[in-house]
Design a protein around this ligand. Structure first.
Ligand SMILES: [Zn+2]
Length: 260
């Protein structure tokens, strides 16, 4: 190539480069202010959710959750809803869906007959149905091993019958367990799960939205497993709690991505 041609070639290349950079700059300048901050925030949450949903997670010390990929520094929580099904379960599902949030519903078989169809729908909507014993017994106080086994197995069989799969997760009522119970659960192929943060919605003071939320946020960190019940006041305050979690940068782990 002649020197003159080379120069011309360089000038053309530089010109094209400048045009592209200017165009890109103008496009960002023009378009950026048109996107409202709340949309940008929503896009960020969706992007984080996407990342969170592609990762796998493990349960640590039965009570917190961690990504298997240590490079994943996303702020995450796992939501768990206990003691259903109830007449409010579907309402909870709607609130969770609005927030693009997944959760485990730890159910008691004894509530099924009064809430026909709710357990099936919970699973159909993409939520995990966990085993919380049939009668919500304090298993640790129960001396008869056959009763303990029945409490766990009968509930697991109901979940299998209604959802087409045995539960992957187990939570002991009142958080009361011992090594025997935990081994039994593990040998039954389930992941034993306590919690690390609770709305403490068994206390009537949590009718107050601010108390309900601060019970969760005061003890919150990435990896928290949050316990909420299906009380009317819990349902009433759930939307606000999730909005608070999201504004703090938290995203929700999908239980299907928990591997052990
Ligand atoms: Zn319970």
């Amino acid at each position: 190539m002649k020197l003159k041609n080379k120069k011309l070639y360089l000038i053309i290349l530089t010109f094209i480069f400048v045009v592209i950079v200017t165009y890109a700059f103008l496009v960002t300048k023009i378009e950026a202010p048109n996107v409202p901050p709340e949309i940008l925030a929503q896009q960020k949450i969706e992007e984080q959710n996407k990342v969170a949903n592609e990762e796998t997670y493990t349960i640590i010390n039965r009570s917190t959750i961690a990504p298997t990929n240590i490079l994943n520094k996303n702020k995450i929580v796992l939501l768990t809803i206990d003691d259903g099904p109830s007449s409010r379960t579907i309402q909870i599902i709607d609130i969770l869906k609005k927030h693009n949030a997944k959760a485990i519903f730890f159910i008691n078989g004894m509530h099924d007959s009064a809430n026909i169809g709710v357990i099936e729908q919970t699973a159909k909507e993409g939520f995990a149905v966990g085993n919380h014993t049939w009668d919500h017994l304090n298993l640790k106080k129960e001396k008869d091993v056959t009763i303990i086994e029945k409490e766990i197995n009968k509930n697991g069989e109901l979940i299998n019958k209604l959802t087409g799969a045995f539960p992957r997760f187990f939570r002991a009522p009142y958080g009361e367990s011992n090594t025997y119970i935990r081994k039994l659960v593990k040998d039954s192929g389930m992941i034993f799960m306590d919690w690390s943060g609770a709305a403490k919605d068994w206390e009537k003071s949590t009718v107050e939205k601010d108390i309900f939320i601060s019970n969760v946020t005061s003890n919150l960190h990435s990896g928290s497993i949050i316990l909420i019940h299906e009380h009317p006041w819990s349902v009433a305050n759930l939307d606000a709690l999730l909005t608070t979690l999201e504004s703090d940068g938290y995203t929700y782990v999908d239980p299907k991505n928990i591997i052990e």
